[in-house]
Ligand binder design. Sequence first.
Ligand code: ADE
Length: 230
Amino acid sequence: SGPIGLMGAMESEVELIQSYLVDAHPIEGPCPLVGGRLDGTDVLLAQCGVGKVNAALAASALAQNGASCIIFTGVAGAAGPDLDIGDVVVGNRFVQHDADGTAFDDPIGVVPGEPRSWQPDERLHTVLMGCAARVFDARRRVVSGTIASGDQFIGDPAKVRWIHDTFGALAVEMEGAALAQAASHLHVPFAVVRVLSDRADGTAVTDFPAFLAQAARHDRDLARAVVAEL
Ligand code: ADE
């Protein structure tokens, strides 16, 4: 089977992982893409950029280059009322909160012709839950739940409450459900883990940059833990 596909949205989220790659070599593609070995395991690392289209493009590029699976690591806004910054959500269901085909009687959040939601590969999800529990210290919660994606940085308490109430989402971000849709079409198993960087309310913009450096270290530790287990 092929290399493990690793994906992150922003440079700050993949550069630390990249610094651990041995025999790193750039690969032509729609986004920065490097092949190499992480602790002896063949990986392909994609810096997909922000948003759903970029996530789908990167998933396609990883699949074309033979990735056996795709693991997305990154940050998200907290959408569950009991969750806080630093907690971890491993996606067990993915929806696109900005999809609206209600004019054609499709339920809100459903892309016409697509399923109501997507599920990750069961084994990858289980591996991510185990790795996250080990990588993050015991004060953090590691939960499995719905991740809602859309091409919007959510910074409004009413909006994030709507996303939680409508979809049961515990985390809101901008790529996971697009990777889910693309991976389903590409027949590539995938899973997503997100560290909560902000509350997706008015305070998100100040919390967010401060959190990224720390999150990058967690992404690196998670990626290393995952490739050691797969
Ligand atoms: N990623 C991290 N925080 C986010 C937020 N509040 N909205 C969307 N994506 C995010």
